[in-house]
Design a protein around this ligand. Structure first.
Ligand code: ZN
Ligand code: FE
Ligand code: FE
Length: 302
């Protein structure tokens, strides 16, 4: 625009708007759920994940790969205990002064009997964040595409009820900082009625609230048959009513998914009433104001 253009008198608003954005007004949300090649079903280097996060303006990322299980639980989809130090160095070698800040976390499965290992091992690793997730009901990996057919022969509502009983036990264990993908059983589209969902989820959420745990808004559900963020709006509202703090996770298994659809997760949080989310370091949470809006992922650089 040439000097003296009459339109220039209107640009003062734009300058103010731009300055507010530059001052962090619309800072991206941290991504607290990221996998690595150590789990045998993800791709890319940890540095590649961080590079995408940097390009998208994400201020902080936390790697939370699938925890090793010395008892052989779900061994095909996780690192061996003997490989844990490799995982630790892949993450900690990125802990420098550059942005985004890199946190060291783990996605730990809750199942009956897991505490034998977890109670001693987890505290000894000094994780920033321990996500607690339920992926199995008894011996059935209900979110595994290879075991999807089992849904055809079970009572859907009774299955969800068992799932939330495990989530309540997960909370009671006191081992975890936040619950991952709280309504994972919906992955392939199997759902109880809204009424049944509330009735079975409320006791689990009460126990999450009592222990001071948070929950994760996980955008990977948008990339699955259900096409919806975990957890659903009903559950996010019930969590808000109980003062349960939230964080955000992409559940990335490849670098390009970092921060994906966080604009939609922000909307979900705001619609439930949330004004803050938590950041965490060494298991200690602090609340941070949510941004007003975020750029849609498809407009963000890779
Ligand atoms: Zn995985
Ligand atoms: Fe998971
Ligand atoms: Fe995950």
């Amino acid at each position: 625009m040439p000097d003296g253009d009459p339109a220039q008198k209107n640009t003062s608003h734009l300058l103010i708007f731009k300055r507010r954005r530059d001052s962090g007004q619309d800072e991206m949300l941290p991504d607290y759920h990221i996998h690595t090649i150590m789990c045998k079903h993800a791709e890319g280097k940890t540095a590649d994940y961080r590079a995408v996060a940097a390009k998208r303006g994400i201020p902080q990322i936390c790697f939370t790969d699938h925890i090793p299980s010395p008892d052989g639980y779900d061994a095909d989809y996780r690192m061996d205990l003997s490989q844990f130090d490799v995982y630790r160095s892949m993450v900690t070698e990125l802990q420098d002064d550059k942005s985004p800040e890199v946190l060291f976390g783990i996605e730990a499965d809750y199942y009956q009997g897991c505490e034998t290992f977890l109670r001693e091992w987890l505290p000894a690793q000094h994780f920033d964040l321990i996500l607690g997730s339920v992926h199995y009901i008894e011996n059935w990996g209900f979110d595994n595409p290879a075991d999807r057919h089992v849904w055809d022969s079970v009572d859907v509502t009774a299955t969800w009820r068992k799932y939330f009983e495990l989530v309540a036990e997960l909370a009671d264990s006191g081992l975890f900082d936040a619950a991952g993908h709280l309504d994972l059983p919906k992955k392939f589209g199997h759902r109880p009625s809204d009424k049944a969902l509330r009735e079975m989820a409320e006791p689990a959420l009460d126990r999450i609230a009592e222990t001071g745990m948070g929950i994760e808004l996980n955008t990977s559900g948008l990339r699955k048959p259900v096409g919806e963020i975990y957890p659903s709006p009903i559950l996010v509202s019930l969590a808000f009513d109980r003062g349960i703090p939230i964080c955000f996770g992409s559940d990335s298994h490849r670098p390009e998914d970092i921060g994906r659809d966080f604009d939609l997760a922000l909307e979900l949080a705001r619609e439930a009433g949330y004004t803050h989310y938590f950041r965490i370091s060494q298991g200690r949470k602090r609340l941070v104001p949510l941004p007003e809006t975020l750029q849609a992922t498809h407009q963000q650089p890779l």
